[in-house]
Design a protein around this ligand. Structure first.
Ligand code: DX5
Ligand code: ZN
Length: 229
């Protein structure tokens, strides 16, 4: 997984057909997805439950590129090895998920994955100032985590502050929640390079009719790159 700061679109399979994850992952990659974003929720850190490491392991063979696992769980540490063994390339934990995020990030890298840290909308950029050399990705939540399809919350100032903090370091800024062609330009301009999108990618398509996924991915990428389609 080499580093680059070009715009990457990461569809969230939270908006996919849960009975068809393998085919959905193959369809979005064939339609131009750069990364596949996998939302793990525990019904405790967030008010919703999705799936765990066994499902990640099952979908891994259906993903050629980056499997980007977003853990909305607490505690995190007991499960890191299981997600790494499931084949996660990036494992992201929330700074709000426990008192020892530094230890969590060390454990993620120790397990052989890239380490991500996520910030809820109410958490300031300064919460990661001591972690900047310990992470490969900072995920800025632009909704309160737990559900797809929520309204985008503008976090442009936080994104800009993080972009300045990162400087030349090889650290991605990922945006998660409410990203669509109307909000993508704001976050890209502020310095984001990985755009997660669930409903805005999967709307209108299906595994048997995946062309709309491609149209949706291209529309978000074009909007983020300033060339509207
Ligand atoms: C929210 C999840 C997001 C979500 C994005 O808790 O972390 O990844 O699926 O979905 P949309 O793009 O529909 O806001
Ligand atoms: Zn997510």
């Amino acid at each position: 997984m080499s580093f680059d700061r070009s715009i990457k679109i990461a569809p969230s399979i939270l908006a996919a057909d849960f009975a068809n994850f393998g085919a959905e992952c193959e369809a979005i990659e064939a339609q131009g997805a750069d990364w596949v974003h996998v939302d793990v929720m525990d019904g405790h850190f967030v008010p919703n439950i999705t799936f765990g490491p066994a499902t990640c392991a099952a979908i891994r063979p259906h993903i050629k590129g980056v499997m980007d696992v977003h853990l909305m769980i607490a505690p995190v540490d007991p499960y890191i090895d299981a997600f790494a063994q499931a084949g996660a390339d990036v494992i992201t934990a929330h700074v709000e998920a426990g008192p020892h995020i530094h230890r969590t990030l060390q454990a993620i890298r120790g397990a052989g994955a890239k380490a991500g840290v996520a910030l809820n909308p109410g958490t300031p950029a300064s919460a990661v100032s001591e972690l900047i050399d310990k992470v490969d990705l900072i995920c800025v939540m632009t909704v309160n985590p737990g559900f797809g399809g929520q309204k985008f919350i503008d976090m442009s100032e936080k994104i800009s502050a993080l972009r300045r903090m990162i400087g030349d370091r090889p650290v991605h800024i990922e945006i998660d929640g409410g990203v669509d062609p109307s909000t993508a330009p704001l976050v890209a301009k502020a310095g984001a390079d990985v755009l997660v999108a669930g409903s805005a990618v999967f709307r209108g398509g299906s595994v048997s009719d995946p062309a709309p996924y491609g149209d949706n991915i291209r529309a978000i990428r074009a909007a983020a790159s300033g060339t509207y389609v």
